[in-house]
Design a binder for this molecule. Structure first.
Ligand code: NI
Length: 128
């Protein structure tokens, strides 16, 4: 990890894959991940950790089953925390750029998830 400032827009300009977070920074045992998103992710759940979202550009929606299904809409500049154990499905019709903060090593698709379409891979964030 660098000790220099990191321009998140510059990081985002280095790739265009969707739903494929890059690890921009680490704070203690947590990753600060950035990614482009568009269309729908899959329903999934993280059994042991909350997941923090910050929207940089565009608008992100997150479907939640807590336990009744609802959707939160996050315009740019919004943050939201999905509690551990809650199934969620991020989606963005128009596309968005987001920051996700969660413990290092946590897989993007959670501990349980719906079947993965071709464009969604499980990983734990890609180093810069
Ligand atoms: Ni998640």
């Amino acid at each position: 990890m660098t000790t220099e400032p990191i321009d998140l827009r510059a990081v985002l300009s280095t790739f265009d894959e969707l739903w494929s977070p890059r690890i921009a920074a680490r704070i203690n045992d947590y990753d600060v991940r950035v990614t482009h998103v568009k269309g729908s992710y899959i329903w999934h759940v993280h059994d042991t950790t909350d997941e923090f979202f910050l929207v940089l550009e565009g608008e992100l929606s997150i479907g939640l089953r807590d336990p009744h299904e609802r959707v939160v809409s996050l315009p740019a500049g919004s943050v939201f925390v999905v509690p551990k154990g809650i199934y969620h499905r991020p989606f963005s019709d128009g596309g968005a750029q987001i920051v996700v903060i969660e413990p290092a090593g946590i897989p993007t698709t959670g501990d349980s998830h719906d079947p993965l379409p071709d464009h969604i891979k499980t990983h734990t964030g890609i180093d810069l």
